[in-house]
Design a protein around this ligand. Structure first.
Ligand SMILES: [Zn+2]
Length: 331
């Protein structure tokens, strides 16, 4: 508190006017939090843009675009509505007069809350979207978040909060697996080529794992623990299969030189026996492990980063609105 730039001090004194309506000012985030018709709102100023925002769902569902458009068309003093995760932000119509602006915001709060209530919207946690009693507003590095207890526990730094918001982005697992697989094929092709040419290097496994990770993240929309497990399993499977394929090509070319008639497919299918009978087991295992291990290192690094990020904590401030003010209705 008390760290207000000269640019912000005017905004802060403007926001103080909402104290009379039961709002609680937070100077750091240049925001004030309070209730209108039982719904939790944040009034904030970014640059020259004044906005009100609230985290809501109705029957577990987010408002549809059509509904937001309807609100923008119904409420005169609202210029636009956008939402990110569960928070909908309404941009207030600009006006030079502070008195008029104040009225616009109060009108917007009243009309928006009435429209939301009429359609069955209730406050939810900004991250998990659950309508829990434990929801409170927190200023985390200058941005107000509405979190339930559990989500606050998990996301109490700004970076972490942004990450948690990302976490609430739905992960498209099948698409991630398909894209990951396509990426993996590319990495596997590199391994086949290199093993075939007789040059195995550490970067092959890393390249394979990287192609898998990139493919999975691109397809699913984000990287998760499940994605990392999938990539680990695929690194092992594709390392094995690509090495087996490369060894099969080598063997196939060799027997062809001696004039034997065979096809690559049956060589590939019989590879375990061929490897055993030709005393190549050790060679084969070494090459596969060589590819796997460095791929695992890359994925392991990602896993460690994921765990470390979850442990990062910085201080945050709870913006408590007194209980008796939770059902404030403007007159
Ligand atoms: Zn939550």
């Amino acid at each position: 508190m008390g760290n207000v730039s000269s640019l912000d001090s005017g905004k802060v004194s403007f926001l103080k006017k909402f104290n009379g309506m039961g709002f609680r000012l937070d100077e750091e985030s240049v925001s004030t939090v309070g209730f209108m018709n039982g719904l939790r709102f944040t009034i904030s100023i970014e640059g020259c843009t004044y906005m009100i925002s609230t985290s809501v769902r109705s029957g577990g569902l987010l408002p549809e675009d059509e509904f937001l458009k309807y609100i923008v068309s119904e409420v005169d003093c609202i210029r636009d509505a956008v939402y990110q995760n569960n928070r909908i932000t309404f941009i207030i119509q600009k006006t030079l007069l502070s008195e008029k602006l104040m009225n616009n915001i109060v009108d917007a709060l009243r009309e928006v809350s009435e429209l939301l209530k009429k359609s069955g919207f209730v406050n939810v946690c900004e991250i998990c979207g659950e309508p829990l009693d434990s929801i409170e507003s927190y200023d985390i590095n200058g941005r107000v978040f509405d979190f339930c207890d559990d989500c606050h526990e998990a996301c109490d730094s700004y970076v972490q909060a942004r990450k948690c918001l990302d976490d609430s982005v739905r992960e498209n697992i099948p698409k991630g697996m398909i894209f990951g697989f396509l990426g993996g094929i590319l990495g596997a092709a590199l391994i086949v080529l290199s093993v075939f040419l007789g040059s195995v290097s550490t970067w092959l496994g890393v390249a394979l794992a990287y192609c898998l990770l990139l493919g999975y993240a691109t397809g699913s929309g984000k990287m998760s623990r499940l994605g990392l497990i999938y990539c680990t399993v695929m690194t092992a499977a594709l390392s094995y299969l690509s090495c087996r394929f490369a060894f099969a090509i080598k063997y196939f070319n060799l027997v062809k030189e001696y004039g034997h008639h065979t096809d690559l497919f049956s060589v590939f299918a019989n590879m375990p026996a061929i490897i055993r009978n030709n005393g190549m087991t050790r060679d084969f295992v070494e090459v596969v492990l060589y590819c796997c291990v460095f791929g695992f290192c890359l994925i392991g690094g990602d896993m460690l980063m994921m765990v470390k990020k979850r442990k990062t904590k910085t201080t945050d401030i709870i913006i408590e609105v007194p209980e008796e003010r939770h059902f404030y209705t403007a007159v």
